[in-house]
Design a protein around this ligand. Structure first.
Ligand SMILES: *[C@@H]1O[C@H](CO)[C@@H](O)[C@H](O)[C@H]1NC(C)=O
Length: 231
């Protein structure tokens, strides 16, 4: 039985699911026309064909450093397939629509619950999850992972993931309230050789914190693109 608040919140997220529902196919559409251009410097355009395009809802994790400012210490997000809206007029408004829906979802709905709840439903529009893992090469520090092994078209394929490290970052062109756009290069996994986080909405921490205060999670949404996959 779902908690009532969860139902309400999924209703809040309905615009996201309905957007996909507006087109005949909800997920798994052709990626052949998917491009990423006009990136802010120093981000460099991808050099391989697209392997995924997804819209993510999630939270960025921050810890209060000894200097009284927040440091990013990871994230958790659910990715929805955007391939079927990519070539529609809705695509450009998708970040705004999804961000608005995610912002009004109550604090009692953490992204972990969105993920576990959607695992129990028809999840044809879910691509997978984004979270952080220990750096698989050096064994120290954490790096972001995109994990499509449990849902979507690549479910069950053990190499349908990518752990990547940042290559370039740029302030979000949309404003200082939005987290940086980033370009990453794969460390392990076959989902993509390059990953991009663009069209970010929110996710920035408060400007300062009281040393010793608890870690915080800040809601954000973003488009994630993968290029050069071989799954
Ligand atoms: C980030 O916060 C989420 C809760 O929103 C938690 O599940 C996750 O483990 C955290 N990740 C890191 C790397 O701190």
């Amino acid at each position: 039985m779902l908690a009532f608040t969860t139902f309400l919140s999924l209703a809040a997220l309905a615009p996201l699911l309905n957007v996909s529902g507006l087109v005949l196919k909800r997920s798994g559409c052709s990626l052949s026309g998917v491009k990423l251009s006009n990136l802010p410097s120093p981000l460099v355009a991808p050099s391989s064909p697209a392997s995924f395009v997804g819209i993510a809802i999630g939270t960025q994790n921050y810890t209060c450093s000894s200097t009284g400012t927040y440091t990013n210490v990871g994230a958790l997000a659910e990715l929805f397939d955007a391939s079927c809206v990519y070539n529609t007029p809705i695509f450009s408004s998708l970040p705004g629509i999804v961000s608005a829906a995610w912002e009004i979802a109550p604090p009692s709905l953490p992204v972990s619950e969105v993920i576990s709840t959607l695992h129990g439903f028809s999840t044809d529009s879910v691509l997978g999850q984004h979270y952080y893992v220990t750096n698989p090469i050096t064994g120290s520090g954490i790096d972001p992972k995109w994990d499509f092994t449990s849902q979507g078209a690549d479910a069950g394929k053990s190499d349908a993931f990518v752990v990547a490290a940042k290559v370039n970052g740029a302030s979000a062109p949309t404003g200082s309230q939005d987290i940086d756009w980033v370009q990453l290069g794969a460390l392990t996994g076959n989902l993509a050789k390059q990953v991009y986080r663009v069209q970010t909405r929110l996710g920035q921490p408060p400007a300062s914190c009281t040393v010793g205060s608890k870690d915080i999670q800040v809601k954000y949404t973003a488009l994630y693109y993968g290029f050069g996959g071989s799954v």
